[in-house]
Design a protein around this ligand. Structure first.
Ligand code: FES
Ligand SMILES: [Fe+2]
Length: 416
């Protein structure tokens, strides 16, 4: 495990449980640095690629583990490798493109060349010019490979870790989380598109938001207005992985008469009956899976999200950029056996998500609203008591149990 050298002095947890979160955790630059070392370079798995993003030998993408830039590449044996995107000579970035195909990686600065496994293969002018100059005779190329991460693939999802102590990926996920991934990746998938958005907030504020099923009916008026996702529907929250993983789920069309009555009485956000969509095909959908679940958001600690919002399927990877900035990468996908009509419907439903999404726009915004509000309030704390103070499964989504779970896992893994 990564050695923790210092404990941040400015973070005081008001309670032993996860019902109070000091605002300083979102603003302390020392804590941010410690997270990079302890969480992202420590014994956790970080999502790095879908296998179908790099199908052929030499296909690669550049991405991040925490804020560490990495290259993820498929080698000649079909294996996926991941290493830090930093030349072992003097530290230059090796690959600049978001993706591509290469037989090796050659640094632009002095042409040190690495194979697809990250091993140093040649050094320009190693023997000097006309036997003058060059590297010392005992220079050992094997000592200058790229910094490698371990990679494991589960149902087409590649995860990487820099720690030898990280348990096998399937153990890390646990049975219930692994089963949910298998449910979505039950047959060959097809990429629909990808993009990213900058969030002007600490990365943990977005992870809180993802795990916060309580806000969906309140912040997202599009959901409630068009009856896509309301808290009166059958649903719940699964919390696992020491609190760090979660699934919140619901079934559209299961609103009880009582639930609808509550909404009309204004106890949930009331319906605005005179709003209609000029083009209702925007939200036309079909039942994606036999279990009847129409919405499912899964998070795997620390920063991986798998989304099913009706027929909009996506992976989200959150990349911390600095203490008050992050970048959210989205990969939209469907299935290879989708009909042309299903393909079109998935694309239309993609308007719900992303930086300008009819629903997701508010999630991109709300973290910054918090970041602005807490900047000088770091001695005060957030309150997390909806659904009790415990970290456990919930039969209702009117709960902050999964958010508490995140903090329970965070404190345990950070040792603070
Ligand atoms: S920094 Fe890469 S070869 Fe010199
Ligand atoms: Fe949201």
């Amino acid at each position: 495990m990564s050695e923790i050298t210092t404990k941040p002095l400015n973070i005081q947890w008001p309670t032993a449980d996860a019902s109070r979160i000091p605002f300083g955790v979102f603003t302390d630059p020392d804590l941010y640095d410690l997270e990079q070392k302890t969480l992202f370079r420590g014994p956790n798995w970080s999502f790095v690629a879908m296998e179908i993003e790099i199908p052929k030998a030499g296909d690669y993408k550049t991405t991040f583990v925490g804020d560490t830039p990495v290259i993820v590449v498929r080698d000649q044996d079909g294996k996926i490798n991941c290493f830090v995107n930093r030349c072992a000579h003097r530290g230059a970035t090796l690959a600049y493109d978001q993706c591509g195909n290469k037989q090796d990686f050659t640094c632009v600065y002095h042409n040190w060349r690495y194979d697809l496994g990250g091993n140093l293969k040649s050094v320009a002018f190693q023997h000097g010019v006309r036997n003058v100059g060059g590297m010392p005779k005992d220079f050992d190329m094997c000592q200058h490979n790229l910094t490698k991460a371990r990679v494991e693939v589960y149902y087409g999802l590649a995860f990487a870790t820099f720690s030898d102590e990280t348990p096998p990926l399937e153990t890390y996920l646990g049975e219930r989380m692994a089963k949910h991934i298998a449910r979505v990746f039950n047959r060959p998938v097809k990429l629909l598109g990808s993009y990213s958005q900058v969030l002007h907030s600490n990365w943990k504020l977005y992870m809180e938001n993802v795990k916060d099923s309580y806000h969906a009916s309140l912040l997202h008026t599009f959901f409630t207005t068009f009856k896509l996702n309301r808290l009166s529907m059958e649903g719940g929250v699964v919390v696992d992985g020491g609190g760090g993983h979660h699934i919140s789920w619901s079934k559209r069309g299961t609103d009880s008469a009582a639930g609808t009555a509550y909404e009309k009485a204004g106890e949930l956000r009331s319906l605005v009956d005179d709003f209609t969509l000029a083009d209702p095909t925007l939200i036309k959908s079909w039942l994606e899976y036999d279990d009847g679940i129409t919405h499912a958001i899964q998070s795997i600690f620390p920063t991986f999200v798998l989304q099913q919002i009706q027929n909009s399927l996506a992976i989200r990877l959150l990349v911390p950029r600095s203490v008050d900035k992050s970048e959210l990468f989205w990969i939209n996908f469907g299935y290879e056996d989708d009909t042309p009509e299903q393909y079109d419907m998935r694309l239309r439903q993609s308007n719900l998500i992303g930086p300008a999404g009819l629903v997701s726009l508010e999630d991109g915004m709300i973290g910054n609203f918090i970041q602005r509000g807490i900047q000088r309030e770091t001695d005060d704390s957030a309150v997390l008591e909806m659904g009790g103070r415990a970290v456990e499964d919930q039969q209702s989504r009117v709960s902050e149990a999964a958010v508490r779970g995140f903090w329970q896992a965070y404190r345990a893994r950070m040792g603070i």
